[in-house]
Design a binder for this molecule. Structure first.
Ligand SMILES: Cc1ncc(COP(=O)(O)O)c(C=O)c1O
Length: 371
């Protein structure tokens, strides 16, 4: 077993448990700052961890700009002392009044949201101006992921102009998330990312020439932020998320990115139902199930583990070494996708220098806190 992930005494750890190896986490945070060339253009995404204490570590490093996907995360960030929050999500329905309530409760926080359609822009503007608050709105630009956003062009320009003239709203720039650019080769990724980004820059220049302010471009995630970081433009910000903890998926997909697994799930053997099977308390209520069955974790130290069955509270592996395991034996699993895994845990157990040091609540795993 890798000595970085040894834990001296696990008797107080109820499994399945999310363990955070603090030295690895801090190394990842420092590496993010190093790749970004400082903290000025960094805006990490908190969806990966959803924990105030991780935000506190980032603030200590001088990372003052933060990104989130839910109002619960925004509330957690504000309570942790963040004053520049980008809620990178299109605001509809009851979230319109929640955004307004957020601005009223935290008047010293600069809050930005996204939009890609005229109707929510109008609704948010009406609610914000009625409450005498101002919300920054970034145009959500689609550069090929086709999840949200609008491609650059006349319709996108019309929405940006609408944001600029709507009382209660302020044009905040563009949101450019390119989570589909997952080429394994950094060079191929760079060519693909920059080909799309050139169109975004041309669009930005067009709007600026028309007198519209485009103060920032919030771009990319783990795979593309090193590419944006190479560009010499102070208005570009980057928002990596997954690499804060890293996971089995990104370790395999992006060998060029030297991040370390910092969050693993401790699990115990509960049964050895056949001569070649071992069952762990590691169902898909403890690790994310969006990766395909059979690939949801990597079991440290059990190299031949074949994940043959997973239910809510059980993971059955097949291994030639099954006879070596007894009920109660422990193993560490590196999740393939850490972000939804964190959200499945109420608290994380923090390991420092090989010992359980404290527990951190996964504050914004809930969809709403108080707002
Ligand atoms: C809008 C947005 N920004 C940033 C990120 C962070 O990307 P990554 O997890 O690849 O670092 C994500 C991830 O899902 C995202 O959806």
């Amino acid at each position: 077993m890798d000595s970085r992930y040894q834990v001296a005494d696990t008797s107080e750890i109820i499994t399945p448990a999310l363990l955070i190896f603090r030295e690895q986490l801090e190394a990842n945070l420092r590496h993010i700052v190093q790749i970004a060339g400082g903290t000025q253009r960094l805006r990490p995404h908190c969806k990966t961890h959803k924990m105030s204490q991780v935000i506190a570590l980032q603030l200590q490093l001088g990372i003052t700009k933060h990104k989130c996907a839910t109002l619960a995360e925004a509330e957690m960030l504000a309570e942790a002392g963040v004053r520049d929050i980008f809620l990178a999500y299109n605001i509809v329905g009851p979230n319109i009044r929640r955004v307004v309530a957020f601005c009223q409760r935290y008047p010293d926080v600069q809050l930005a949201v996204t939009a890609d359609h005229p109707a929510p822009v109008a609704a948010l503007g009406a609610a914000a101006s009625a409450a005498a608050v101002t919300v920054d709105v970034l145009l959500d630009v689609d550069t090929g992921q086709h999840r949200t956003g609008i491609t650059v062009g006349p319709a996108a320009r019309a929405i940006y102009e609408q944001i600029a003239r709507t009382p209660g709203l302020r044009p905040g720039g563009f949101h450019v998330y390119d989570g589909h650019q997952h080429q394994k080769s950094r060079d191929e990724r760079r060519v693909a990312v920059l080909a799309e980004f050139e169109k975004v820059l041309a669009f930005r220049d067009e709007l600026v020439a028309a007198g519209l302010p485009v103060p920032k471009l919030v771009c990319g995630g783990t795979a593309s932020f090193p590419i944006y970081a190479e560009l010499d433009d102070p208005t570009i910000e980057f928002s990596p998320g997954t690499c804060i903890f890293n996971d089995a998926g990104y370790t395999e997909m992006f060998p060029d990115l030297e991040f370390r697994p910092a969050a693993l799930v401790l699990t115990r053997v509960i049964s050895r139902p056949t001569s070649d099977r071992v069952t762990f308390d590691l169902g898909y209520k403890a690790v994310a199930s969006d990766p395909p069955a059979g690939k949801r974790v990597s079991m440290l130290g059990i190299d031949d583990a074949e994940q043959v069955l997973q239910n809510e509270e059980h993971l059955v592996i097949k291994t030639a070494h099954a006879a070596d395991f007894e009920p109660g034996d422990e193993a560490l699993a590196l999740p393939r996708h850490i972000c939804p895994t964190s959200a499945l845990h109420k608290e994380a157990f923090i390991i420092v220098d090989g010992k359980l040091a404290e527990r951190w609540p996964v504050v914004s795993r809930d969809r709403w806190l108080t707002l």
